[in-house]
Design a protein around this ligand. Sequence first.
Ligand SMILES: NC(=O)c1ccc[n+]([C@@H]2O[C@H](COP(=O)([O-])OP(=O)(O)OC[C@H]3O[C@@H](n4cnc5c(N)ncnc54)[C@H](OP(=O)(O)O)[C@@H]3O)[C@@H](O)[C@H]2O)c1
Length: 353
Amino acid sequence: MSTHPAVVTASVRGALQVIKVPTVAPCTGEVLVRVEWTASTPLDLHQNDGGLLVQHPQVLGGDIAGTVVEVGLGVERLEVGDKVFGFTWREQKEKAHQTLATVPEYLLGIIPPHIPMRAAATLPDNFVTVFHALTTDLHLPLPWPRPATAPKHANSPILLWGGASSVGQYALQILAYYGYRHLLTTASPRHHELLRSLGANAVFDYRAPDVVARILDAAAAGDGGGDGGGGGGEAGVRMPGEGSTVAVLLPVIVRDATEGQAPEYSMDAGGAVAWKAGVEVRGVRTHFYLDNEFFKQKLQSEIMPTLLGQGIVKPNRFRVVEGSTLRERAQGAMDRLRRREASGERFVWRVSE
Ligand SMILES: NC(=O)c1ccc[n+]([C@@H]2O[C@H](COP(=O)([O-])OP(=O)(O)OC[C@H]3O[C@@H](n4cnc5c(N)ncnc54)[C@H](OP(=O)(O)O)[C@@H]3O)[C@@H](O)[C@H]2O)c1
């Protein structure tokens, strides 16, 4: 049996390890990918430091960018040598933080030729998260191909709390592309210009003491405003009024992981805070996006590469985490996430040499 190296979380809050895992030959409809680049995401930290949805030792990673090296029977779209990217998360053989991954064809798109592989690695999990959350949880249809007419809620205020996050940046770009024009978001001031360029109508500093009042004013006025300074981060909870729908990206982080402290999470978006009466609260779980048969077939294989290739969606800014070994690079990215160094950028790193 052939094997290859994989990065695993071996214990809660322990150091990452590299172990040998079996290389699984592709079955019908699957391809074998040499994983060249990946990104470390908050879920990797939640899994390593919080043990969230983990059975040790567990291979980490959900963002693959690499090259197809073998195809199984019945594979119709992909060929050996194709440069591909995809969100892959369900079982060991398809996880991203290993040098070879066995993945069904429908989870992969071809990377547009002008996009560097490391930049493509910033997309998949959160590109998929945005389509899933907007359609399933916020009930905003995103038909494909995009219709020529404006959507029903084109002028309704939509607030994205945390616009500089990877999810936030992709959400702004995708909503703007679909014709949603009243996009309000929050971020540290250094990201405001970027977020306006991605489609935000107004940007607010989430630490500002008057952030709630300013956002409510802008939402009511139907125009921009934005920018401010100060402190106070849980303000977003006080804002949605009766009739609003809120999609919370699970897990709710009750307490962040730090170097000296274990994190605390909740999977109960509705109960984690005191929402106002009449607010519909949904906990987003992108891991169920394949329940939508159309998205299963089209989202990663066609929609994601098309929007990236046409420049409608730009990759996140990223920082390459260097290291002389696979373990060093993976650990370096994990440590940066724990220190909360991610601000408007993704940590990407090389997997296979
Ligand atoms: N359930 C799901 O299906 C699902 C899917 C994907 C992601 N998620 C979750 O969604 C969250 C975001 O993921 P991501 O990959 O987009 O994260 P990310 O890119 O690492 O987010 C980093 C950004 O978060 C912003 N931020 C931190 N605290 C904030 C606060 N109190 N208010 C507003 N912004 C704040 C920072 O903004 P500034 O730089 O402007 O300060 C920073 O740029 C994570 O918790 C992740 O686990 C869930």
